[in-house]
Structure formats: C-alpha cells, structure tokens
Design a protein around this ligand. Sequence first.
Ligand SMILES: Cc1cc2nc3c(=O)[nH]c(=O)nc-3n(C[C@H](O)[C@H](O)[C@H](O)COP(=O)(O)O)c2cc1C
Length: 407
Amino acid sequence: MIHTDQICKNVYFVGVNDRETRLFENLWPLDRGVSYNSYLIVDEKVALFDTVKNTKMDAFIKKIEGILGDREVDYLIINHMEPDHSGAIKDVRQRYPNVKIVGNSKTFGFIENFYGDLSPYHEVKDGDTLSLGKHELKFFMTPMVHWPETMMTYEMRQGILFSGDAFGGFGSLDGGIFDDEVNLEFYMDEIRRYYSNIVGKFGPMVQRAIKKLKDAQIPLHVIASTHGPVWRKDPSCIVNYYDRWSRAETEEGVVIVYGSMYGNTQKMADLMARRLSEKGITNIRIYDASKTHVSYIISDLWRFKGVLLGSCAYNTGLFPAMQTVVHKIENSQLKNRYLGIFGTASWSGGGVSSLKQFAENIKWDLVEDSVEAKSSPKAEDLEKCALIADALADKLIAERGEESAPC
Ligand SMILES: Cc1cc2nc3c(=O)[nH]c(=O)nc-3n(C[C@H](O)[C@H](O)[C@H](O)COP(=O)(O)O)c2cc1C
C-alpha cells in the first residue's frame, strides 16, 4: 500500500522522522525525536520544498516516487540550507537530473560550499512569484530566521506558508501530522525548547519576518514548517507563540537554577522555592544545572519571568555547569527578566561574583542584593534568601492580569 499524506488537493507532506539521532546539531537532546518536513506540489510543474537530513534520503526519495511515479520534479525550492534540510539535495538532483534549484542570491553560495555545483539555479528576490500552473508561489526573504539565506515560500491558491525553520519544533510526528491530529500539550514543550535554543537568539529577525507576513496581508490557512506539526486548524496559534517568545513575553513563574557540589547552595534554592510558594507563586521549576541538560533549562527561562541563579565557588569562578547555563543565556540575549542571585564560597569566592558580573552584562532587573554564604547557609543567609524570594514574588504578583493566552 502506498500511503500519501495530503495537506490539500495536490499538496503532499513528504517529511520523515528521525528517532535515532541523539543530539540535534550534535548539541541538543532529541529525547522525543524530530521530524524533517518536506512538501510536494503536483501541478503542471512539480515543486519540492526543502529536503531532509542525508541519513533519511532513501525513505524520502521513496515517498516522492510513491506520489510522482514516473513524473519528474521540476523545481526544488530551498528555503533553508542547514544540512538537516539540505542534506538530500544532491540525491534529489541525481534522481531528478533536470530539477532546477530555486533559492535566493545567498542560497547558491551555500550550495556550492556544501555540495559543489548543482546548477541550473533559478534565483528569486523578495516578492518574486513563480507559477506551477494552477498554483502560484510567492517568495519572502526572511534572513537570519535562522541563517542568512532563510526565506519563506507562500502558495497563493490555498494559502500555505512553507516557513522553513520558523514555527517549527522538536518532537517526531508519531502518527499525527497536523495540529488537529495531535495533543499539542505534548508538542508545545518541545516547540518552545526548539525555539528558545535554536531560533531564540534571532528574536528581532523573527519579529521582522512576522511583520513582513502581516504587512503582506496574506491569509495563512496552513503553516508548513520544516520541523514538527503542520498547522491547518489554527495557524495563528503558532504565529502567536513565536511572536510572544520573540518579544520575550513571559508567564508568571520562577526558574531556579543552581550549581552545588555538596548541597549547601541547593539548600538556599529550596528555601527560596518554598518562600515563593507561600507567597502564591505556583509555577516554580528548580533545576540542578549538573543534571538537567541546559536546553530544558533555557526553555523554561524563556517561559517564565522570574529567575534565581545560584552557584558555589569553583576554582575562583562559577561552578562549570552554571557556566554553561549563563553562557547560553548571554549568547541567546534573553531579555526582560527579574533576577535574584545566591551562592556559597569557603574562601575568596568566585561563583556569586561571576553571577553579579553576568547580571550587569545582561541588564536584567536585580530584585534584591545577592547573598553569598560562607560554606553553608546560616540563619542570616537564609533570611537574605527569603528577602530575595519575597521581592521577586512581589514583582511578579504586581504584574498579574497582564498576560493573554496565545491560542
Ligand atoms: C574543587 C573545589 C573548588 C573550590 N573552589 C573554591 C574557590 O575558588 N573559592 C572559594 O571560595 N571556595 C571554593 N570551593 C569551596 C566551595 O565553593 C564551598 O565549600 C561551597 O560551600 C560548596 O557549596 P556546595 O555545598 O553548594 O557545593 C571549592 C570547593 C571545591 C570542592
């Protein structure tokens, strides 16, 4: 039986799942897998939208052949050149030797540098169109969402946006492909983890892309990203999420992250968490930075407004696992958070002072003076921890009612 997944008449999903790769970009855990989404429009001309990682090309080509039979692919539209999508370009060219590769002026440089000369090329600019017969495509340049060459392609007849990495997320598509076929609760965590770790640094560019789509006044009936569910029931939902994340909008809650070898810094974290709870904060997430992969911590830091960072001193600096967290936050340029700092040291310190330096660099709102306990927290240190927690809770509670649901 040949199974085909139709988005609408003559528009097909030809993506594949990857449950084998442990780390996306050899960095980010894929505990729930990932999908590499690709799409096919069959008209007078046949167009394929992006490809897949090279480890998946056999299954990918078989899917295309299952739909096309003897027909050729005329155009391969490259919205994004990262190898998880461009990895099968050479194989598509081999299987369909007359395929013309469609991209912008930057795309072809990437192709030549990764894969060599794969001309003929068809270059498009912002706002250009390309007719496939009944279906007409329009191209939107969206640089740095996530690489310099990234663009989106809009199918004008059905209102389908092939959005590249934008509006995508981690998580393999386990049966359901569309937003109305899956439990979105499962996917939203993985979509936010993808956004915050992969795309988050490029928030201003995401904002620019969303504005460009809004200004173009195009109806978005379907959003077909290169990862995760295809949005056909409520495409505005994922646009709203990306919009609020890229504006650093938050929910009420506190993320407490600490680095602790012998439990003293951890004690301070637990006390602050209890105090926050007593003040009425219900979303509290505590992470031991040595245990939880930084990508999960970053995902929650993207979600909640309150942040408490704690570290013991380690060889005159931050505890290494906290260094990883702090570096990722600085690199992502996450904005607009309330911060409290705590930690321990037995002689000249290094952990808390590094966190204070971080606070200066990132320009978050430090809610109260930081606290550094000598070796273990005493009553006066715990009192200072309580003051930090109280100040943070007060700030969060004062903002209640300002949040709106994205979907
Ligand atoms: C390998 C190692 C390196 C340390 N480096 C420092 C340091 O540079 N400065 C300092 O004041 N304390 C240093 N300490 C002491 C710890 O930071 C201190 O005992 C702290 O209270 C441990 O907190 P914890 O129980 O949360 O791990 C070091 C301890 C260890 C084991």
